[in-house]
Design a protein around this ligand. Structure first.
Ligand code: FAD
Length: 590
């Protein structure tokens, strides 16, 4: 390294490299559990493939009862509130705010990790180059989380990793390649169009490919007006090296993307006369590159059979969506979908390195076979893994242990923390903490204390409270350092956020259609209420909840509260408020 370059030194408990959805959420989770976190992200904004630079919408497990909750849900609800028009710049700001509001996080944007120091099988420091300040940043930390997608810390630290597809035999995966190879899923540039009320001619750049007919475009479905496709199939590089050849692949994709838009506008009638090109990303999104090896490798059979693990800390439930490495150049539909069990469990052993003791990971680079990755890679799944790994890192710091030592009793503690923070863990239920009586029917109390906190099978499993109503809690003992914990209804079906089915699905837009109504806050989510706290001496203190956007609400109770009443309950939709759980828990001010 050139010694004339200024070097800034940082110290943290946990250093997270990569601020995509996995890294961002890992950083927030670790910070909220008391760790001092440094988040190093090489782009100017957060969110990785979900950011305005790439514009991929966040998907996860099928079925409303399996929707990802926790920090991801918090971000999605805040986005609905702040960004009803589904504008990508506002989405960037929501992600930025999510990190900025955490006092325990130091954020280094535009800073690309390029070096790492190791001793005794551990990483001791990483160094990043900050592009806009021409400075180096060296970060010493006790634990390192590689959430870079590309597993940058693996080659730098000597952590074991893989590239390519396993052969069928290695993990007994019938969907795998016959023989192992180094092929992967490819990279993609996305395209966004805007509907106008006037003709919008388009002149392609000279270097764009020319696709005179559908056959020359490998018969890919480009009826974006009818099916809203975002051109995910503009995919190349699966037969190359998606990291080493990234620049070449990206420039090839630009020729493809401008050529596809030229085809739509100028070659045949696609009903797109009044559509203009809003945006083409110059930064291709990656689906697959290096995968780290942990103590366990999640595989197709785990996903299909829905194996349970003693160290379950996250879940998935997207299909195995395995793209042909030829991508665009595969004639027809270039992905093969294989159903998984929904939800399937992801064990902690897939989230830390098998040979670098203080390295954890979350995102598309976890310890999973190519087949399993084809499902775990979706960003809601990456997000719940991020929450698990961030929380695990904070517990390691608290207990002074390494990730592998987080077994037995400590894994139970990690699982309890995640459940407490609203996460779904297949096969595990949250346990009620507080002792109190509620002024609601016995049936309602059973629902509110059964630990599911979401729809369950065919049952809605929630209590609906009429507008303006309320309920009371009488505590067995006066509250000390306690909070009222409410598991509220974010409308798991998302039907109330938009009349458009595709918007309900993604809570984000594909193309900019005219006359799409703005997003609404979920109708059954609590918007406002009064909390009346009563004390032994007969006095009262009144707190209020205004414009609530959280589905998991913790309201700190004044010391000595003996009874409380939540009243004047109002939902965002003006009708009934849905409630999945009520408890009195210790601490954790919001
Ligand atoms: C075209 C396309 C379509 C897809 N479709 C979907 C879909 O419909 N829904 C869905 O949920 N998922 C989809 N995926 C998959 C999903 O986007 C990825 O699997 C996911 O983004 C992986 O998340 P991540 O956080 O691991 O990585 P990323 O989102 O890639 O985030 C990693 C971040 O780390 C940063 N970084 C990398 N190297 C360094 C470094 N050296 N130093 C500092 N920072 C670094 C990167 O810039 C990036 O911001 C799609 C992917 C593509 C490309």
């Amino acid at each position: 390294m050139n010694e004339h370059l200024p070097v800034f030194h940082h110290e943290a408990d946990v250093c997270v490299v990569g601020g995509g959805m996995a890294g961002l959420i890992a950083a927030v989770a670790a910070a909220r559990h008391g760790a001092r976190v440094l988040l190093m992200q090489d782009r100017p904004m957060l969110g990785g493939n979900a950011s305005s630079e790439i514009r991929m919408w966040i998907r996860g497990a099928a079925g409303k009862e399996n929707r990802e909750t926790g920090i991801l849900q918090e971000i999605e609800l805040e986005n609905i509130y702040r960004n009803p028009g589904m504008n990508y710049s506002i989405w960037d700001s929501v992600l930025y705010q999510t990190v900025r509001q955490e006092e325990n996080i130091s954020l280094l944007l535009n800073c690309s990790c390029l070096d790492c120091e190791t001793a005794d099988g551990r990483i001791t420091a990483v160094t990043g180059w900050q592009l806009n300040t021409y400075t180096l940043h060296r970060v010493e930390a006790r634990l390192f989380l590689d959430c870079s997608g590309d597993s940058i810390l693996a080659p730098l630290s000597g952590a074991a990793y893989r590239v390519g597809r396993e052969g069928k035999d290695e993990f007994d995966e019938y969907g795998a390649a016959e023989i192992a190879d180094r092929k992967t899923m490819g990279n993609t540039i996305l395209l966004e169009a805007r509907q106008t009320d006037h003709p919008c001619p388009f002149t392609p750049p000279e270097w764009a490919y020319v696709y005179p007919d559908d056959e020359s475009m490998y018969n890919k479905n480009h009826d974006f007006i009818k099916i809203g496709v975002n051109f995910w199939w503009m995919e190349l590089g699966g037969e190359q090296d998606t990291i080493a050849d990234a620049q070449e692949i990206g420039e090839e994709l630009l020729k493809v993307a401008y050529g596809v838009w030229d085809h739509i506008k100028n070659r045949g009638d696609h009903g797109a006369e009044n559509w203009e090109l809003e945006w083409i990303g110059f930064l291709p999104g990656k689906r697959e590159s290096r995968r780290c090896e942990g103590d366990y490798m999640l595989n197709q059979r785990d996903l299909e059979e829905g194996h349970s693990f003693p160290d379950t800390v996250a879940f998935g439930g997207w299909t195995m969506d395995n793209h042909d490495p030829r991508g665009l150049r595969f004639d027809g539909y270039s992905s093969r979908h294989i159903q998984t069990k929904v939800p399937y469990a992801i064990p902690f052993r897939c989230l830390y390195s098998r040979n670098v003791d203080n390295l954890l990971f979350a995102g598309r680079n976890i310890s999973a076979t190519h087949m399993a990755l084809s499902s775990t890679r979706v960003m809601a799944t990456c997000s719940v893994m991020g929450q698990a790994v961030g929380t695990a890192a904070a517990l390691c710091i608290r207990h002074g242990c390494l990730p592998r030592a987080l077994d037995g009793e400590h894994i139970g503690e990690l699982q309890r923390c995640l459940l407490e923070d609203g996460c779904l863990l297949p096969g595990l239920l949250r346990r009620q903490q507080g002792r109190f009586r509620i002024s609601l029917s016995e049936d309602a109390c059973t629902i509110l204390q059964n630990g599911w906190e979401r729809p369950h099978g065919k049952a809605e499993n929630r209590v609906l409270l009429p507008a303006g109503s309320g309920f009371s809690l009488t505590l067995d003992a006066p509250a000390h350092g306690a909070a009222l914990r409410l598991a509220l209804d974010p409308d798991f079906s998302r039907e109330s956020i938009s009349s458009s089915k595709s918007v309900q699905k993604f809570a984000m837009r594909t193309h900019i259609f005219a006359n799409v109504p703005p997003l609404c806050m979920p109708a059954p989510l609590l918007k406002s209420a009064r909390l009346v706290c009563s004390f032994a001496d007969g006095t009262q203190q009144i707190l209020s909840v205004e414009k609530n956007r959280k589905a998991l609400l913790r309201l700190p109770l004044p010391e000595g509260t003996q009874a409380l009443r939540l009243e004047s309950i109002t939902a965002w939709g003006g009708g009934e408020t849905g409630l999945y759980g009520v408890d009195i828990v210790s601490g954790m001010a919001e």
